[in-house]
Design a protein around this ligand. Sequence first.
Ligand SMILES: [Zn+2]
Length: 317
Amino acid sequence: MKNIVTVLGKISGEQLGFCQCHEHLLISKGKSYQVNPVLFMDEVDKSTEEVTSYRAAGGCSLVDAQPVGCGRMAEGLVSISKETGVHIIASTGFHKLSFYPEKHWIFGKSREQMREIFRQELLEGMYVDADQKEPEQRIPNRAGQIKTALDTEGLTERYRTLFLAAADAAKETGAPVMIHVENGTDPRELLGLLLKEGVRAEQMIFCHMDRACKELSWHEEVASTGAYLEYDTIGRFKYHSDEREIEIIRHMCSQGYEDRLLFSLDTTRARLASYGGSLGLVYLIDSFLPKMAAAGIPEEKAEQMIRRNSAKAFAWK
Ligand SMILES: [Zn+2]
């Protein structure tokens, strides 16, 4: 039987409930902060407060998309989940390489070594000391997905090695692979590569497609393989309005891809209410679902879609 692996252990799809599939609850201060100061939230109390409000609004589960060695705060995620009762799926994997300091171990490891780190994190427990140095120390709490990132430079040799390692770990464990898609990139070559490597389309979750990929026929192409599209440009008005977001969702539903869509906010410091940000994790439930309803997609239907799709996308053997 397939289960979802959270930081506090395995749960069923039904237990997952309402789940925002790509958030950032904690990020320690590192290279990503230098690249973009909003990529830094390291106060467990504040993040716990945010997740408490999410729970009160009706949220059950969250995916934290920060991978190993890139500011992920695994012990903090465990503490937040214990404190709030919200299920948290943590990530192993790799991020955009611009988020790592120059001499980071991510640049030097072989496909096999990276596969082994991903496998250990998924099956045995997460590393907690890997931001500055080689991963050594682990806690028993496991990662529940492999986060990866496709940047604008495309499949360079290093990215190819990392994606192949992620594919190996995904095949071996059955775990889902989440793929960050950068603005203006075409995810279809990567999709083809992962399929060729034997990763099932249903294991793949392409993120940020709603802001990164204007061409909706590409969304349809990706969804038609069975892969998931994760939309998180909700309440991100520098990219587009919620009305435009709803148009994209409606379009995909009209093409029959309602069961391929996942939703989230991809919040960081600038938008987390407990850090003084503009929106709060509750925005999707409190503001966006009512807007969808007003646009003719009934709230219950949207909520069902969110529960059902995330329960399938994050379950593995
Ligand atoms: Zn993100």
